[in-house]
Design a protein around this ligand. Structure first.
Ligand code: ATP
Length: 532
């Protein structure tokens, strides 16, 4: 017997499940029902005692008439009427189901024929909420609206397995990153490194659409979870309790130069030869040697080993290297000095599970990559050492790489540090947060390592295909949704949440206003209704 069920007490509104398979449902709903792509619906199977959830991915007009042209004939309404034989066929993707024990599971079975289909109410949201993690980023989106009681939160322990944030410019990537940082400051589950050459994360600035924005310092209740290392003037640093950023000569290694300049094969060989030589010796050698007269056989300076290593290189190659090192020192003189480095403090803060913001406003792209490369290498070495030492709790750090196609593109031979972190980092508790507008320009081997995908509007089909083929969950059903994502919306596919979840990212300013009013305890329980 067919069971037509009222959805909200309105007799005219009848929804019923009529098929189809474990990974795709079909419902018939009245021809005038108001449903939207992305709506989340609940299917109650009273026979098996299971409650299923599914998301609408297509809507089609259909009818029970055998006349294929019934709806184009004149006076159709008069002859056929437009009653329950005319309906909308809804295609939906299952999210999962809840059994008698109240646990949310992946869809592995199918609801009984004619199971009741309705909109979930607030009691149902608890089931969806139970699959969420600790790092809150937004609320679940459904069709035109949001499920304000279902906060979307990533799982902290998945973060070491690398994440990708993919967004066309202006879609809300900076806002997402700040929300993510605020939640990390609050949760204190792992260390997060972020290098900001635009100076907008610390105290805000202007968004891409020109509005004034707030920064991480405005999240005062989470201040203990933030450590800032900055190149700003002293009075600014003192006012906001920021640390001064310093890197020293021993933090530097010759391969850092590969990121900053194009190198010819012999120049590259010089770099490789000096790879494990302490940076202070390399810098001192190049600063104190005259390559017009350099001869390794007669060299009497402070670095005979380096002189001997470089004896077969031409003076012109060595002069180019000398100029580059001088250029690198000059460009970074605001924070790069002979002795005294912030690296131990940066590592300490990361290992205290803080967000570490490296604030270098107005610095060139080369300086940004220089800093990021040095800190990434230091984190990797420290974690590899710890692994060897084997004592204490393994530390977990996530390193943000913005415009990641610069250093994780395919065929780039100059970015070994980042590649090593992408390929081996997770063994040592080092994850990468790869942020890019151009996923198709990221090395496929790196994409294959990502276990969390945050997709914020990608208009390019090639980019979407790249993401769909790399994500661990099937995103093909969401292609049309990804195409139509609006600013501030994302589809998130991550381990721990059994379905790709459409999310309305919190607006940072509203989110921290709310967080500032709450005690710092976790988990975050209250609704964020006023945000949207
Ligand atoms: N989740 C959101 N909710 C509401 N508005 C948002 C959201 N995300 C972004 N916006 C709006 O969009 C504007 C642009 O966002 P944002 O600066 O984060 O974009 P972007 O992708 O980082 O841009 P660009 O790549 O050019 O820096 C913001 O000023 C904000 O008003």
């Amino acid at each position: 017997m067919m069971s037509l069920t009222d959805i909200d007490g309105d007799d005219a509104s009848k929804y019923r499940l009529i098929g189809d398979r474990v990974l795709g449902y079909r419902f018939a709903v009245p021809h005038d029902a108001e449903l939207y792509l992305g709506d989340v619906l609940k299917i109650t199977d009273d026979i098996k005692g299971l409650t299923f959830f599914a998301k609408v991915n297509d809507l089609l007009h259909d009818c029970n008439f055998s006349d294929p042209k019934w709806d184009t004939r004149p006076h159709t309404e008069h002859f056929y009427g437009i009653g329950e034989d005319v309906f909308i066929l809804v295609e939906a993707t299952p999210l999962g189901y809840v059994g008698g024990d109240g646990t949310f599971r992946k869809p592995r079975t199918i609801p009984a024929k004619f199971s009741r289909v309705e909109r979930p109410d607030s009691r149902d949201f608890a089931f969806l909420a139970q699959v969420m993690g600790e790092i809150e980023v937004g609320v679940m989106k459904t069709g035109q609206g949001v499920l304000k009681d279902v906060r979307v939160a990533l799982h902290a322990q998945v973060m070491r397995q690398h994440m990708g944030v993919f967004a066309t410019t202006g879609m809300g990537k900076s806002n997402f990153m700040k929300v993510f940082c605020a939640s990390c400051m609050r949760a204190r589950e792992f260390g997060l490194l972020i290098v900001d050459p635009h100076g907008e994360y610390v105290a805000g600035g202007r968004s891409s659409s020109g509005e004034a924005t707030m920064g991480l310092l405005h999240y005062q209740a989470g201040r203990d979870g933030l450590e800032v290392f900055s190149t700003r003037p002293e009075d600014y640093r003192r006012k906001y309790h920021l640390n001064q950023l310093y890197l020293d000569h021993d933090d530097f290694r010759a391969p850092d130069l590969l990121l900053l300049y194009e190198h010819s094969p012999p120049q590259r060989e010089v770099v490789e030869m000096l790879e494990s030589t302490p940076g202070s010796d390399v810098i001192d050698f190049f600063q104190s040697t005259d390559f017009a007269t350099f001869d390794a056989g007669t060299y009497t300076g402070r670095h005979p080993r380096i002189a001997n290593d470089l004896k077969n290189f031409s003076p012109s190659t060595l002069s180019v290297m000398q100029r580059r090192i001088a250029g690198m020192m000059n460009r970074n003189r605001g924070f790069f000095r002979r002795q005294g480095s912030s690296i131990p403090d940066i590592l300490k803060a990361l290992h205290e599970n803080k967000v570490v913001l490296i604030d270098i406003p107005g610095m060139s792209e080369q300086s940004e990559l220089f800093v990021l490369s040095i800190i990434t290498r230091k984190i990797m070495r420290s974690h590899q050492g710890e692994e060897a030492g084997g004592e204490g709790e393994p530390k977990q750090v996530l390193i943000t790489i913005e415009e990641a196609q610069r250093v994780l593109g395919s065929g780039l031979g100059n970015t070994r540090t980042f590649r090593e972190a992408a390929m081996e980092g997770r063994k040592f508790g080092v994850g990468l947060c790869v942020v890019t507008q151009q996923p198709k320009n990221i090395d496929a081997r790196v994409l294959a390592q990502l276990n969390t995908f945050v997709v914020m509007g990608l208009s390019d089909r090639g980019d979407r295909d790249t993401i769909a083929s790399s994500a661990k969950q099937d995103l093909s059903a969401l292609d049309s949704e990804i195409q139509t994502l609006e600013r501030g919306e994302a589809v998130i596919s991550t381990i721990g949440i059994p379905f790709p979840v459409s999310t309305r990212i919190h607006l940072f300013e509203d989110y921290i206003l709310d967080l500032n009013r709450k005690p710092a305890a976790k988990p975050i329980d209250d609704g964020l209704e006023k945000t949207f």
